[in-house]
Design a protein around this ligand. Structure first.
Ligand SMILES: Nc1nc2c(ncn2[C@@H]2O[C@H](COP(=O)(O)OP(=O)(O)OP(=O)(O)O)[C@@H](O)[C@H]2O)c(=O)[nH]1
Ligand SMILES: [Mg+2]
Length: 219
């Protein structure tokens, strides 16, 4: 978290991490379409070749709290291809939370596991504790044949501590839920570490509500 007391700006960074082609870019493209134009900024998709991320994508989301703080949320994706390990490490620098996008196809189990180990390693290199950084897991591409069943995903979810979501990012399904789950865990962590709600005078419901229901609706 970056907190600039002079300009009253808080910047939070969330990284979409996962194996190649799991749908990280598709997730933030879908978010760009689903979030209100009032809060989301311009989607920057850098250096793609044939739809493969070579560096990163960035979707900024921002709003001003009733107490006058500007909250800037930066959603990054890493490039999943194995060769881009050093770029993943750089993109992960000082991240506040992670959405791990796993590929729900059975054939991708090894790639998911390898990427998850890589995530833990690269967080460690950046002096971020992989056991405490707010993390959620999404199983994506569940419209495809031969994917993990809901029961198998449930079993997996019960084994770990991270909230787990199911998604078909290509249709925008499960995409908002995943980000909302991630931001809920992030909020809890910021509250424990910094007393976020007292510091900014913003409640959890206002924080999440302004991102997901910017017109003032209730969560
Ligand atoms: N069937 C199906 N295809 C999907 C889904 N989500 C993404 N895809 C497709 O999977 C391919 C890869 O998606 P990307 O979002 O570019 O994957 P990525 O994780 O950003 O890939 P890298 O940048 O190389 O790491 C694209 O052709 C997407 O259209 C989904 O839910 N279902
Ligand atoms: Mg990508």
């Amino acid at each position: 978290m970056q907190f600039n007391t002079r300009t009253r700006e808080v910047t939070l960074k969330v990284v979409y991490y996962g194996p190649a082609l799991s749908g990280k870019t598709t997730n933030i493209e879908a978010l760009h379409g689903l979030l209100s134009p009032d809060t989301r900024g311009r989607l920057m998709t850098l250096d793609t070749r044939g739809d493969r991320t070579l560096f990163f994508d960035l979707l900024p989301v921002h709003f001003i709290t009733r107490t006058g703080y500007k909250i800037k949320l930066k959603l990054f994706t890493v490039p999943g291809q194995v060769v881009h390990e050093s770029t993943r490490r750089i993109v992960l620098q000082s991240t506040d939370a992670v959405c791990f996008i796993a590929d729900g196809q059975r054939s991708q189990r090894a790639a998911n596991n390898e990427a998850f180990s890589g995530l833990r390693r690269n967080l460690g290199v950046n002096s971020i504790d992989p056991d405490t950084v707010p993390t959620v897991i999404q199983f994506n591409k569940l419209d495809l044949p031969d994917v993990l069943s809901p029961q198998e995903i449930e079993v997996y979810a019960n084994r770990g501590t991270e909230p787990v979501f199911r998604a078909i990012a290509l249709r925008g399904e499960g995409v908002l839920e995943t980000l909302q789950g991630c931001l809920s865990v992030l909020w809890r962590s910021l509250e424990q570490q910094h007393g976020f709600s007292r510091m900014l005078g913003v409640s959890r419901d206002e924080f999440l509500g302004r991102i997901f229901h910017p017109k003032g609706g209730r969560l």
